[in-house]
Design a protein around this ligand. Structure first.
Ligand code: SF4
Ligand code: MG
Length: 330
C-alpha cells in the first residue's frame, strides 16, 4: 500500500545528497491467498525492487506491506525474523544464489538451522522429502552446486525456498537464466508446488508469454509505477493502458481473431531516468495518445472496469474520482 523505494544519490567531493532514484514510486496492489500475480515490465522499471521490498530485503522508503494481517514494513528485527519462514524468494540466477562450498543437503537445510531446533536426522529426512518433491535424486545430497545443470540448480533453489513451509513466495525472474528447453519444466514445478502446498506467488518476469501461462492477474509496471493491473485474459486480449498495449503488441498472439486486429506499436524515445521522472504521467514522454493534461497531472491507479485498474487520463473515471493531481489542476 503506497510502497516507495527511493535510493539517495550523492554527488561531488562533499558527497552531497542531490536527489533520489525513485525505483518504486507509490505502488499499491493486493494478492489473494493461492493466487499468482504476475509483475511485468522492461528491465529497470522497478519490478525486482518491489519484490525485495515486499520481503523486506530492502527497507521501504514509505508504504505498508501487509502479509497475513501484519505490516512487514514496520516489524522490529526480532518479529521480522519470526515472520521470515512464511515469506521466501526464488532468485533469478541459481548459480549466484547457491553457496558453491556447501553441499546440496546443507544448502537446503540451512534455513532450518536458524528457524527450527530439529535434530540432524529430522532435518535430513525433510531435505530428502524436499528433494523428492522438486525432482532431485536423493543420491545427489552430498554433491556441490557446480555439479548440477542450470535447471537442477533452480530446483535446489526452489527446495530451499520451500524448506520452512512458506505461504508466500516472490519468484524473481526464476527462469530467465535457464535454457528455453528447461524453462517450462521449472514453471511446471512451481505450479505443481503451488497446487500441492497452497502457495501464493508474486511472479516477476519480462517474459510475457510465460506470465500469460502462469499468472491469474498481471500488473504492468513502467518507471516505478503500476500502469495497469488486470485479470490475465482481459489484459492479454484487450490491454487498456497505452503502455500495456505497446508492450503486449510485441507478444505472439495465439488467438487469430485477436492477432488480426493487433498491430505492433513501436515506442519512440527512451524510458526517462527514475531520478528525474516526468511531472505528469510517467509515460507522457513516449505515449502515442498523450494529451495536454498528461504532462502536468499524474493519473492515479483506479478501477475503470470491473477488476481492471488503470492509471491513465484516457479513462474519464480517473478525473471523476478526483485524483489528487487533478483537483490541484482545476
Ligand atoms: Fe498516455 Fe496520458 Fe494515459 Fe499517460 S495519462 S498513458 S500520457 S494518455
Ligand atoms: Mg530484475
Amino acid at each position: 500500500d503506497g510502497l516507495k523505494m527511493h535510493f539517495p544519490i550523492y554527488s561531488g567531493v562533499l558527497r552531497r545528497h542531490t536527489g533520489d532514484v525513485k525505483a518504486v514510486d507509490g505502488v499499491s496492489f493486493s494478492i489473494k491467498a493461492g493466487e499468482t500475480l504476475g509483475l511485468v515490465g522492461e528491465s529497470g522499471c522497478g519490478k525486482s525492487t518491489v519484490g525485495r521490498a515486499l520481503l523486506r530485503l530492502y527497507e521501504p522508503t514509505a508504504g505498508r506491506v501487509i502479509i497475513d494481517g501484519q505490516d512487514v514494513a514496520s516489524l522490529a528485527p526480532e518479529d521480522l525474523r519470526k515472520k521470515r519462514p512464511m515469506m521466501q524468494m526464488v532468485f533469478q540466477d541459481p548459480q549466484a544464489s547457491l553457496n558453491p562450498r556447501m553441499t546440496l543437503s546443507r544448502i537446503i537445510s540451512e534455513p532450518l538451522d536458524e528457524h527450527t531446533d530439529w535434530t540432524e536426522a529430522k532435518k535430513q529426512d525433510w531435505v530428502h522429502e524436499l528433494m523428492d518433491s522438486v525432482g532431485l535424486n536423493r543420491r545427489f545430497a552430498n554433491r556441490f552446486p557446480h555439479e548440477f545443470s542450470g535447471g537442477q540448480r533452480q530446483r535446489i533453489g526452489i527446495a530451499r525456498a520451500l524448506a520452512l513451509n512458506p505461504k508466500f513466495i516472490v519468484c524473481d525472474e526464476p527462469i530467465a537464466a535457464l535454457d528455453v528447453s528447461i524453462q517450462a519444466q521449472v514453471v511446471n514445478l512451481l505450479e505443481d508446488m503451488q497446487e500441492k502446498l497452497g502457495l501464493t506467488y508474486l511472479f516477476i518476469s519480462h517474459d510475457l508469454s510465460m506470465v500469460r501461462h502462469i499468472a491469474d492477474r498481471v500488473a504492468v509496471m513502467y518507471l516505478g509505477k503500476i500502469a495497469e493491473l488486470s485479470p490475465r485474459d482481459d489484459l492479454y486480449s484487450r490491454p487498456l493502458h497505452p503502455y500495456a498495449e505497446a508492450l503486449l503488441s510485441a507478444v505472439n498472439e495465439p488467438d487469430p481473431v485477436i492477432a488480426a486486429k493487433r498491430r505492433r506499436i513501436i515506442l519512440k524515445g527512451d524510458v526517462p531516468s527514475p531520478a528525474n521522472p516526468p511531472q505528469g504521467c510517467n509515460f507522457c514522454t513516449r505515449c502515442p495518445k498523450v494529451m495536454d493534461i498528461c504532462r502536468t497531472v499524474k493519473p492515479d491507479l483506479i478501477e475503470v472496469e470491473a477488476n481492471r485498474f488503470v492509471a491513465c487520463h484516457l479513462y474519464p473515471t480517473n478525473l471523476a474520482a478526483g485524483s489528487t493531481g487533478a483537483s490541484e489542476a482545476t
